[in-house]
Write a protein that binds this ligand. Structure first.
Ligand code: PLP
Length: 490
């Protein structure tokens, strides 16, 4: 009997799944040639989708074809090796499978009995992540959308626990002595945003100057704390960064832990970018002290190669999460449940309904194993060193920052001798490279100076693709130079 649902029968569904698998394989077949970026004017892209919601459904194969043409074939090249912008990783084949399976069972990971297996998997992958970093084998945590959400959650927990005795979850911050947060000048912008959202305000964020390697300057930090105390402010939270977004700089995490302890502050580490690289033997020393944090933000959608979204907040035990977030509600009551030991994530985080981010992480770690994953992280780092070496050895580029963590910052100089021309050239390169599309790279400022910034966290890169980046930049720069000359002549 044919029921009235949205479904087609299993044979038809299988044919559609086969077709969608073909589309996946098509992307993989051209992975090495995949452009970093497909440049289309915004108005064109808007136009492709400019239609009212259809009253009647369309042929599913036609829909897959439309999706292939307008979405898959125009997608920004995160899958392939020519993406260097921001912090974009590659995904894994097993995650593609996992995402499909996760949407098939459509679990809600807000309460244990809504998704028993996924709940336990989520706890497990958080433990695995904590073990990778040497954080705490009893670590508790929660998967969130990304590093920004993880930092915001960490600072929320910090605030709610630190000021628990003032009952701030009920009373708010009104009437409290102003309190201050400390981080380096290189701290990620999500911390500013989090403090705005949390009602602490960015005026109370002290951005401490950095050392030449872009790690926080400890002397300046202590001077600032002492000054704030003198001014009647309450130092509340110290944020260390384990891998800054600009250059991958790692703060002295042990020294920061000592400062936090001495001034009785909450110690949060932003390890969104670099946290998982703490698992590498080559970097163990750099990450010493990570285990001393009260909370850590980590991104599995960075250095565990997961597709978006997969961030994580880790803390030492479940009680702090519960104290920070638990809210009683009749419709969520667990008192009638008999089974001990269930963790209901909605009691430990802001969200109620939550998706199964954990499945792709769990399946990827099991499929590839930590040894291989660490080998890939190390490869990314080695490739960034290779890129920095190539830049340094060439006469037409200049290296601006090396990194322990797979980032290289540099400028194209060509044969330009005037600094103004070099600055202008590098600024022009960003939109010109976007339009060219062969590679996708963005820029940043280091000590106020504009530089190109290449981030290489993608297990599909190699030396040849890295050379290609520099070749494309040269080529596009030469075109800019040529056009400039033509315009002078005209
Ligand atoms: C150090 C650091 N913190 C936080 C974030 C924000 O993470 P997300 O983009 O996942 O929100 C990033 C992103 O690059 C980062 O590098």
């Amino acid at each position: 009997m044919q029921h009235n649902t949205l479904d087609v029968n299993n044979d038809e569904f299988k044919a559609l799944l086969d077709k969608s698998a073909e589309l996946v394989l098509e992307q993989f077949a051209k992975i090495d040639q995949q452009k970093g970026y497909h440049f289309y004017p915004q108005k064109d892209v808007e136009q492709w989708f400019d239609e009212p919601a259809p009253e009647e459904g369309m042929d599913h194969y036609d829909l897959l074809e439309e999706t292939r043409e307008k979405v898959l074939n125009t997608a920004t090249g995160n899958l392939g090796p020519h993406m260097y912008a921001y912090v974009m990783t590659s995904g894994t084949q097993m995650s593609i499978i996992a995402e499909q399976l996760a949407s098939t069972i459509n679990q809600n990971v807000g309460k244990w009995h809504l998704a028993p297996a996924i709940n336990e998997i989520e706890k497990r992958v958080i433990k695995w992540g904590a073990d990778m970093m040497g954080f705490d084998s009893d670590a508790a945590g929660v998967l969130v959308s990304g590093g920004s959400a993880a930092n915001q959650a960490g600072l929320t927990v910090a605030r709610n626990i630190f000021f628990e005795k003032f009952d701030i979850r009920k009373k708010g911050l009104f009437g409290l002595q102003p309190f201050t947060v400390y981080a380096s000048q290189e701290v990620h912008g999500c911390v500013d945003k989090s403090l705005e959202v949390l009602g602490i305000g960015t005026d109370n964020l002290r951005k401490i100057k950095t050392n030449p390697d872009f790690s926080i300057n400890l002397e300046a930090l202590e001077l600032q704390i002492a000054q704030d105390q003198k001014d009647g402010l309450r130092p509340f939270c110290l944020i260390g960064t384990a891998g800054t977004v600009n250059t991958g700089a790692i703060d002295d995490l042990t020294a920061l832990a000592e400062v936090a302890k001495r001034y009785e502050m909450w110690y949060h580490i932003d390890g969104a970018y670099g946290g998982l690289a703490a698992s590498l033997n080559s970097l163990k020393d750099k990450y010493k002290g990570i285990e001393l944090a009260d909370s850590i933000a980590v991104d599995f959608h960075k250095w565990l190669y997961q597709p978006f979204e997969a961030g994580c907040l880790m803390v030492k035990d479940w009680s702090v999460l519960k104290k920070a977030y638990f809210k009683k509600a009749d419709y969520l009551d667990t008192s009638l449940e008999k089974d001990e030991g269930r963790v209901d994530f909605n009691e430990h985080y802001f969200q109620l309904s939550r998706n199964a981010k954990a499945l792709k992480i769990w399946m990827s770690i099991k499929a590839y194993g930590l040894r291989k994953i660490k080998e890939m992280i190390q490869k990314d780092i080695d490739l960034a060193v290779y890129l920095a070496d190539q830049v340094e050895a060439s006469s037409d580029f200049e290296l601006k920052a090396r990194s322990d963590l797979a980032i290289a910052c540099f400028r194209y100089k060509g044969n330009l001798s005037d600094e103004v021309d070099v600055v202008e050239m590098n600024q022009k390169l960003i939109p010109a490279l976007e339009e060219d599309g062969r590679v996708f790279i963005t820029g940043t400022k280091l000590n106020g100076e504009f530089v190109l910034r290449a981030c290489l966290i993608n297990h599909r890169k190699n030396k040849a693709t890295t050379d290609y980046l520099l070749d494309v930049i040269r080529d596009v720069a030469q075109k800019i130079g040529h056009n400039h000359l033509e315009s002078i002549k005209a």
